[in-house]
Design a protein around this ligand. Structure first.
Ligand code: 4AD
Ligand code: MG
Length: 445
C-alpha cells in the first residue's frame, strides 16, 4: 500500500495530498464532522483526521467505527501552526480496512499494568508499551552498534547447552521424551559466557546477545524465567578493563536513547519517573562510583539503616543493601568489586588475598544489580581446584579447562541484563512490563 508514515510527517510536514494508514485511537463526533486520532506505530504521536459528512459518502459507516479499527485515509495535509496539533489531515476518502468490535479492551481510559499483562497481544498498541518496546528496540540496536564500532565479533552461543555456566543449578531441562541428544543431559542456557570465552580466545573481543533462561523461583519485579543478556568477553584484559568497557557501553547506549527516543523519554518523564531525562544525562556525563564488597559491608553496617537482613561479611548482598548503596550512599551507578569467593561463580579469578575474587556487580538506582561480571580464572591449577571445591563435575568442564591448557590469557567479561537496562532507562518498575511476552515463575503471559 502506498502510504506515508506518521513519523515522516512529523519529521518533515509538507502541506498537500497524502495517504496514511493506522488504527483509531479515539473518535469524537460533532455535527457532520468526525475528529479521528490515528496512530500507525511509527511514532508515539498520533495524527488528527478531520472527516466531514459532506465530503465522505461512507460517513455513517465511519461514524460507527470503534477504537482500534484500521483505516486508510487519503486527503490533504494542512499545517495548523496555531492549533494544539501542528497539522491535520482533511480527509477526501477513508477506507475501513478492518473494523474493531465495541469490546476492544484498549479504550481511552487508563488501564492497570496488571490488566494489560493479560492482553500481551494487544498491549503494544497502548502508549506505554509502544514507548517501552521502541526503546527496547533502539537499545538493542545501539548495543550492537557500540560493539561493532569497537571491533567486537558478535558470537552466537547455543540456547540448548550441556553445562551450567553459573553452577547454580537453575536450569530448565530440554527433552523430546527420549534422550534426544544421547547420554548427555541438555538444558536451556543460563548464560552464553562459557562459549563466549571459547570465541574470545579465538577473536580477542566478542559479545553475545541472546535469550537466557533461569528456573529460579524468585517472585520479584526484577526476575524473569526468560530474559536477554549481553555478554562481552575480552582477552588480554583485567577487571579494570572490564569495568571501563561496561561504563563506556552504558554511556553509549544511554546517549543514543536520549537522542533517538526523545518523545518516549518525555512520556516516561511525565508518567513514570520525574527527573528521568536528567538522570540519563548524568549517566553520560559523570563517572560511575566504585567500592569493594568489604567497604560496602562496612558502609552498610555503619549506616544505622534498618535492614530486613543484617549485612554481614561473607553473605551475599540483598536487594535492599544494593539499593541502599546505589540510591542513598553513592546516588549513582556503583561497581561493587572483590566479593568473597564462596558467594560467587567458580570461574571468577581468585585475588591474592585467597578469600575474594575479581568480580564486580554494577548496581543502579531503582533496579539494583544491572551487570554482573568478573576477570576469569586463567590459571589451570587454581581453576581445577575451584571446580572441585564447588562440587561440580569436572568432566563437564574439560573443554573449558582446555582454554587454560592451550594458550591461556588473562581475560574478563560481564553480563548485562537487557530487561533491567530497559527498566532503568524508562523508569518502568516491573520486568513484566519491559518484555513483550514475559515468562516468570508461575505465569506464562
Ligand atoms: O550476574 P549473572 O548471573 O552473571 C552471569 O550470568 C555471567 N555469566 C555474566 C558474565 O560474566 N558473562 O547475570 C548477569 C545479569 C545480572 O546482572 C542481571 O542484570 C541479569 O543478568 N539477570 C536477570 N535478569 C532478569 N531475570 C533474571 N532471572 C536474571 N538473572 C540475572
Ligand atoms: Mg549476578
Amino acid at each position: 500500500m502506498k502510504r506515508t508514515e506518521i513519523s515522516k510527517i512529523y519529521e518533515n510536514p509538507i502541506a498537500g495530498d497524502i495517504t496514511v494508514c493506522g488504527w483509531v485511537k479515539s473518535l469524537r463526533k460533532s455535527k457532520g464532522i468526525l475528529f479521528i486520532m490515528l496512530s500507525d506505530g511509527s511514532t508515539l504521536k498520533n495524527i488528527q483526521i478531520i472527516a466531514e459528512e459532506i465530503v465522505l459518502p461512507n460517513f455513517s459507516i465511519l461514524a460507527a467505527q470503534n477504537t482500534g479499527a484500521a483505516l486508510e485515509v487519503s486527503g490533504v495535509l494542512k499545517l495548523t501552526p496555531e492549533a494544539k496539533q501542528p497539522f491535520e489531515i482533511s480527509a477526501r476518502k477513508i477506507n475501513v480496512l478492518g473494523e474493531s468490535s465495541a469490546d476492544y479492551p484498549l479504550q481511552k481510559k487508563a488501564h492497570s499494568a496488571e490488566f494489560l499483562r493479560t492482553i500481551p497481544h494487544l498491549r503494544p498498541r497502548s502508549n506505554t508499551y509502544s514507548a517501552v518496546f521502541r526503546v527496547r528496540s533502539e537499545a538493542a540496536f545501539a548495543l550492537h552498534e557500540f560493539f561493532h564500532q569497537n571491533g567486537f565479533v558478535y558470537a552466537h552461543t547455543p540456547i540448548i547447552t550441556d553445562s551450567d555456566c553459573e553452577g547454580a543449578g537453575e536450569m530448565f531441562s530440554v527433552t523430546a521424551g527420549d534422550d534426544f541428544f544421547g547420554a548427555k543431559k541438555a538444558s536451556l542456557t543460563v548464560s552464553g559466557q562459557l562459549e563466549g570465552e571459547y570465541m574470545a580466545t579465538a577473536f580477542g573481543k566478542i559479545y553475545t546477545f541472546g535469550p537466557t533462561f533461569r528456573a529460579e523461583k524468585s517472585f520479584t519485579p526484577r526476575h524473569a524465567a526468560e530474559f536477554w543478556m549481553i555478554e562481552p568477553e575480552i582477552a588480554f584484559a583485567d577487571l579494570d578493563d572490564d569495568l571501563k568497557l561496561a561504563e563506556d557501553m552504558l554511556k553509549f547506549v544511554t546517549d543514543k536513547i536520549l537522542s533517538r527516543c526523545s518523545d518516549e523519554i518525555d512520556f516516561f518523564e511525565n508518567f513514570y519517573e520525574k527527573g528521568l531525562r536528567e538522570k540519563l544525562q548524568k549517566i553520560t556525563d559523570s563517572d560511575f562510583a566504585r567500592c569493594t564488597y568489604t567497604e560496602a559491608i562496612k558502609i552498610l553496617k555503619e549506616s544505622g539503616a534498618e535492614f530486613e537482613y543484617t549485612p554481614d561479611w561473607g553473605a551475599d548482598l540483598q536487594t535492599e543493601h544494593e539499593r541502599y548503596l546505589t540510591e542513598k550512599v553513592f546516588r549513582k551507578p556503583v561497581f561493587v568489586c572483590d566479593y568473597p569467593k564462596e558467594i560467587k561463580a567458580f570461574y571468577m579469578r581468585l585475588n591474592d588475598d585467597g578469600k575474594t575474587v575479581a568480580a564486580a556487580d554494577l548496581l543502579v538506582p531503582g533496579v539494583g544489580e544491572l551487570i554482573g561480571g568478573s576477570q576469569r580464572e586463567e590459571r589451570l591449577d587454581i581453576l581445577t581446584a575451584r571446580i572441585k571445591e564447588t562440587g561440580m563435575d569436572i568432566e563437564n568442564y574439560s573443554r573449558y579447562l582446555d582454554t587454560r591448557r592451550f594458550g591461556t590469557v588473562p581475560h574478563a567479561g560481564f553480563g548485562l541484563g537487557f530487561e533491567r537496562l530497559i527498566m532503568y532507562v524508562t523508569g518502568i518498575t516491573n520486568i513484566r512490563d519491559v518484555i513483550p511476552f514475559p515468562r516468570t515463575a508461575g505465569t506464562i503471559f
